[in-house]
Design a binder for this molecule. Structure first.
Ligand SMILES: Cc1cc2nc3c(=O)[nH]c(=O)nc-3n(C[C@H](O)[C@H](O)[C@H](O)COP(=O)(O)O)c2cc1C
Length: 194
């Protein structure tokens, strides 16, 4: 069975295919993502909803082979760097902590960045590009490496992006993880009809 077959869940209800298609891959093919495609992903991202339409997100991105890509990879914890360094594109997502218009604290900034990241990944999956968000990175390294003004910005996560390769290309334990079926809580565990 391919990783796509393993990872696409059988749902009880009629969930839209564009939602079930996205999953967090680790095996990335040696295939570049064009600038035009990256622009498509970011334009899709821009259509995400945000509090007061603030769009409090920022995305730094780098192509494999560049100095900036290596700087991003160096911020990742070992268990992520091993496979993520083979992705053709690495993204660092950040949230602006305050509203542009009046400087007041935007308590929805990280919420809105999460929504934007998901929008990016859903658009990516439509184009057969898989993304993997990573919170496993060294915050102090990332702040220093990208000169992040932490008064103004909060780092969300890194995202590895690429076209899929065969799970067989991965070492263990990542190969098994790549082939493990995805699981979810049942809807009764996180919903309550009042
Ligand atoms: C904010 C965030 C941080 C994550 N950090 C990591 C990480 O450091 N390493 C990793 O392998 N996966 C990471 N993941 C991926 C999750 O493990 C994954 O989304 C979850 O297991 C559900 O699997 P799916 O995305 O394939 O549906 C992260 C996901 C999110 C949203």
């Amino acid at each position: 069975m391919t990783s796509i077959e393993q990872k696409t869940p059988d749902t009880t209800h009629n969930v839209a295919p564009f939602i079930t298609k996205r999953w967090s891959a680790r095996a990335f093919a040696d295939q570049a993502i064009s600038e035009e495609t990256m622009a498509t992903l970011f334009e899709a991202t821009s259509w995400s909803a945000s509090s007061m339409n603030e769009q409090p997100w920022k995305f730094l991105y780098a192509y494999k082979g560049s100095e900036a890509f290596d700087r991003m990879a160096a911020c990742l914890m070992d268990g992520n760097r091993v496979w993520a360094q083979n992705a053709p594109v690495m993204v660092l997502s950040l949230a602006r902590k305050t509203f542009d218009r009046n400087g007041a604290t935007n308590r929805h900034a990280m919420h809105d960045l999460g929504a934007a990241n998901t929008t990016l990944l859903l658009q990516a999956a439509e184009l057969d590009i898989y993304g993997h968000m990573m919170g496993g990175f060294f915050m102090d390294k990332a702040v220093e490496a990208f000169e992040v003004d932490t008064e103004a910005w909060e780092i969300g996560c890194f995202i590895a992006l690429g076209y899929l390769d065969d799970a067989e290309t991965l070492e263990e334990p990542f190969k098994s993880r790549e082939l493990a079926p995805r699981t979810r809580k049942s809807i009764s565990e996180f919903t309550q009809k009042l």
